[in-house]
Design a protein around this ligand. Sequence first.
Ligand code: NAI
Length: 419
Amino acid sequence: MASAREDTSDLGLSYPRNKLKILLLEGIHENAVKHLARAGYTAVTRLPHALSGEELRDALSKAHVIGIRSRTQLTAEVLAEARRLFAIGCFCIGTNQVDLSAAAKLGIPVFNAPHSNTRSVAELVIAELVMLFRGLGDKNTATHEGRWTKSASGSYELRGKTLGIVGYGHIGSQVSILAEAMGLRVLYYDVEPKLAMGNARPTRTLAELLEVADAVTLHVPEDPSTRGLFDAARIAQLKPGARLINASRGSVVDLDALAAAIREGKVGGAAVDVYPKEPRSKDEPFVSPLQGLPNVVLTPHIGGSTLEAQENIGVEVADKLVAYSDYGSSLGAVNFPNISLTPHLGAANRLLHVHENRPGVLGAINRVLGDEDVNILGQHLQTNAELGFVVADVDQGHSSDLLERLRAVPGTIRCRILY
Ligand code: NAI
């Protein structure tokens, strides 16, 4: 496989960065271009739209690095023809537009920006808490329609209420900090032990949290443990009149059950940003059992959609691409063994060896290095189910055919030397 691809062995600190061709599609934020330029990568083409078919294949045949958002489909077939490509940046959260396994088999890491919009989601949740405790959604609609619904009935301050956070990761813990600043008491439940922010307290079980929380906000990932987590039975465990917020993933809440609980007055309101079935474009209609219900705030999956998040994404992904290209750090790659590296010292060369995860490869690499009498200054190995990634810092006294000998190691997918 490696032999069919362009020799990119000299891509690295000695390679003129301004010759590395970077193609950015789908109107990626100009921050990314600025950030790449600051690191010396100036051969950047930025297009406002997605590419597909022949156009995509043609553009990819010249690119060393590609940046996309959600619309460009990087299938196994497309990737197989991208002979120069050595890294992919998804300037968004999702990566299912890329055939991750095919990219891995070609030794191409895929990077994304999972946390650039954390703050945007957390702020939306705080706004929704205020909306749900003051009935702002309904009052706004009524006032627009010419009805004057001035009343304190059903309106509450957030101060002193108890917020239950389910999933205390990046977003959940940010919500925790902001909520405490608003005077809420914060409880959280996570399947893993998490450091409490401020005065927040963990609960041992989810039931314990649901029993006392005046509002519950969900910040769990989509996985088998969270699919249908808030079904009819769980919704029935909420404190009577509690508000529910879901800005995580649509599969986490059974919306029919939630709609029924709201109609029966058991749940006092809900804010929902994500749905089991979401329109693919503005032209498709949106349908939900929650439409038209009282004190229900519906938003079209915009929790993370702010201009600041777009700017942050530009920098976060560009940073990861530069770190991989400059010194081989694969930290944050979603399909590739993660090794966090700092730039190697001037006295050293860095070998990057990507191989199929099978027994004996590390031994074979070290035998080659031993035969060459190369002095290993530092070495890292990381594997995932498919791949192994070895990084070795070596002194500079090696022969010119070291790279070829390493490429001949059975199972090798790619090998680069950074000078
Ligand atoms: P994260 O990975 O940092 O945190 C998730 C937390 O949930 C982890 O602490 C994990 O241990 C915990 N967890 C996992 N399974 C659990 C379970 N069954 N019960 C309780 N806790 C569980 O993720 P992050 O960045 O905080 O994102 C959270 C969610 O927000 C994700 O589903 C993500 O897709 C979604 N999201 C939605 C956006 C929007 O536009 N509405 C934008 C960004 C993220």
